[in-house]
Design a protein around this ligand. Structure first.
Ligand code: SF4
Ligand code: SF4
Length: 311
């Protein structure tokens, strides 16, 4: 603790609130309040002490990765952060066994190992190659995640999904997201672009949000992103920003994604690292739940997804 106290004035309170959005909701909205929270509660709860001069705490978690094995889903939850609920943005693209083999090869070549690999989507089990993907990962266990965990996140709805979940090997943990039973307004609004907010017109989005620091890298059928949500936004915009090889530096190599995608990402308004401390974001132009930028993105999304090249 002495080390932190010596660097008290360098405490990045904005990043602290981004990493732990529950704190803002419980009344911590100033630098002093955030620091006080860390001192009396956060340090005992194992919360980190981010420094303005040292952004490492906000870099992608080195041992974690989320792999979106498909873009399709059989539900249309309100504000799905992969946009499965918006007909114009829905797609059905599956990660192929060849792409998983490529991922394994890249990890072996670079010596990259994982503490936690999360298999997500869409609904991951709707990938017709899902059993084959597990076989490929199983063969690579010793190299990729010798002590690590593989977790399948599933909505558990379809009969096929239920059957596959019952047949999972013992090294895969199942997390039932329970999405079928959630209220429609459960999710963070995704199609509200921070750049449409009055007070964020000149905002610097380049540090992105806190999701990568918690969940690590994202891999989609179109490449690596700071998080798979970024990949879903890239599909909507057709920018093809997914990195086609494992980054050497998970933060610097994905800067282009943060520069282009965070400004329209609704998640930024929840966990954006450089949001104003008091979260005073100003007025927003909104129609049908989508802000102005998203109205345009959705209207112009036709065939944009086809501009993305595969991983
Ligand atoms: S189950 Fe998940 S991926 Fe499917 S629509 Fe709901 S939030 Fe989106
Ligand atoms: S696009 Fe969204 S999810 Fe991705 S880094 Fe930016 S704010 Fe986070």
């Amino acid at each position: 603790m002495l080390r932190q106290l010596l660097r008290l004035w360098d405490f990045d309170a904005s990043a602290y609130l981004a990493l732990y959005p529950d704190l803002f909701r419980t009344g911590n909205a100033t630098w002093r309040q955030a620091l006080k929270h860390w001192f009396f509660n956060g340090r005992k709860e194992g919360r980190i002490f981010p420094l303005r001069s040292d952004p490492k705490a906000l870099r992608s978690h080195p041992g974690r990765i989320i792999i979106d094995v498909t873009t399709t889903c059989n539900l249309t939850c309100g504000d799905c952060n992969r946009f499965c609920h918006i007909p114009q943005l829905r797609s059905e693209i599956h990660l192929t066994p060849a792409q998983v083999e490529h991922f394994v090869r890249e990890c072996r070549e670079t010596g990259r190992q994982w503490d936690l690999i999360r298999l997500e989507g869409g609904e991951a089990t709707l990938n017709p190659h899902f059993p084959e993907i597990l076989v490929i990962l199983s063969r690579a266990r010793e190299d990729l995640f010798p002590q690590g965990e593989v977790m399948l996140i599933s909505n558990g709805v379809a009969e096929k999904t239920k059957r596959l979940c019952q047949e999972l090997p013992e090294w895969v943990t199942l997390f039932d997201s329970g999405k079928a039973d959630l209220p429609p307004d459960y999710h963070q609004a995704m199609t509200v672009a921070p750049c449409d907010m009055e007070n964020l017109q000149d905002h610097d989005f380049s540090r992105g949000c806190a999701l990568p620091a918690i969940y690590g890298l994202g891999l989609t059928p179109h490449g690596y992103y700071p998080h798979p949500i970024c990949g879903a936004i890239d599909r909507a915009l057709g920018l093809n920003l997914g990195l086609k090889h494992l980054p050497q530096d998970d933060y610097a190599d994905l800067q282009a994604c943060r520069d282009s995608l965070c400004r329209v990402c609704g998640w930024y308004l929840y966990m954006g690292i450089d949001l104003p401390m008091n979260r005073n974001l100003g007025e927003m132009e909104s129609e049908q739940g989508h802000s102005k930028s998203w109205e345009e993105i959705i209207a112009n999304s036709h065939e944009k997804i086809t501009r993305l090249t595969p991983y």
